[in-house]
Design a protein around this ligand. Sequence first.
Ligand code: 6LW
Length: 490
Amino acid sequence: MPIAKKPVVPGLHPDPSVCRAGSEFYLVNSSFEYAPGVPIFRSGDLRHWSPIGHVLDRPDQLELAGCRHSGGVYAPTLRYHRERFWMITTNVHDQPGQVLVTATDPAGAWSRPIRVPDADGIDPDLAWDDAGTCWLTWSGELPKGRQGIIQAVLDTETGALLTEPAVIWRGTGGQFPEGPHLIRRGSTWYLFIAEGGTERGHAVTVARGPRPDGPFEPCPDNPLLTARGSAWSTQSTGHADVVQRPDGSWAMVFLGVRLRGSALCWHVLGRETFAAELDWEDGWPRLGEPIEGDAAGPVVEELTGPGLPHAWVAPARFPADLLRYTPEGHWHLTSPSHEEVFVGRRQQHFFISAQARVDPGAGRAGVELRIDPFHRVTLSVEGDQVRVTASIGGVQAVLGETTVTAPPVLELRTRPSEGAEGTPCQGPDLIVAGVREATGFRELGRLDGRYLSTEVAGGFTGRMIGLVGADAAVRSFVYRGSDDLTDLDD
Ligand code: 6LW
């Protein structure tokens, strides 16, 4: 069965977890070093997802100070049980253990966190049996450096484990058995896990048992889902969660990446959320028809005010500490430490144009496209100088510069790769920076997009686009995005 070509939630949205309350579906994702954490979406059809906020949107729920790139919040689980929403996740920056929050309204407010300090590992899952017992299942280290799926009964009031953690499955032999989700269908319990690593070997495997704690029997047709060894443009598929519709049919969400460029080598938008039907045969789940996403744009998002769009986040800090809406009616970027800070949103489309007008107080300020502090392209203004710089690993380069007589409109774009299709020089895209003038766009510098790809940068995240600086009035910021270049005017 082929896999969808288009995600249902594009851009950096990996490790999806899904649940249903009545006729509505809700979805959460990992958020790593970014605050607020754990973006949450609502959908009536599993195909069109609207952001409704973040689960961890207050400092008392999310400690990220000094968080390293790709640290922070890993794979969450979202469940609806006894008219409450439950979200549990691991903040690897704030250990020990897992963090559990609940809400009656999934758009917030979510509770103060209950910690589960004795569950050592990542990717926690919650499941309740008919007796009301809560089974916590996660991925942890076993003796001799091996990894496996571990389980214990959880007291959801206190976060205490009520049973000794026990290994319930080791998967089918792929590395990193993780991302467990335990689901009941009829009287059988199904344990879906990810294995093979989150890169090209990624897969979903499944086992079933008569009770939430097993014993688990692996499906004879594992893996349930993988793209490994295929020539599909959607690769690295794995880490799935499943949900039943009101009509009794099932669907699954999972992560995947969209590869572009020579030999389909590169992805730049991070691991995205994809969806598919889930069929059942002989008591085993089977991958069904792809559910193709249609969030390809065009999208226009303007930073107006006074509220920040849901999509805006910052590494290791809450955006509210960095961007303030002033009584004069514009945003102001302030760095509490006087060091340059970044605040922005995920690049969610293949082709984007981000335009900004900023008035820096001290130092430089501007627009930045980045994966992390060591992989970024910055278009900034300082006095009458406009400069395009790239920082890739330890290398810093000035890609172009000019002098301006009036405050410029900065514009950073992604465009098709310069390399001929199918040749080794074809990157995923091209990053172009310049200024917008009355006569049109004037390019100042460009960089091959592969420098800002996960294949080069590594880590679990993807590109972000936003504002950079230590002190600047932000007169305007507009994100335009589409997977179809003709949607973006020149
Ligand atoms: C997550 C693990 C994974 O905890 O990547 O793809 C890790 N799977 O399950 C971080 O996203």
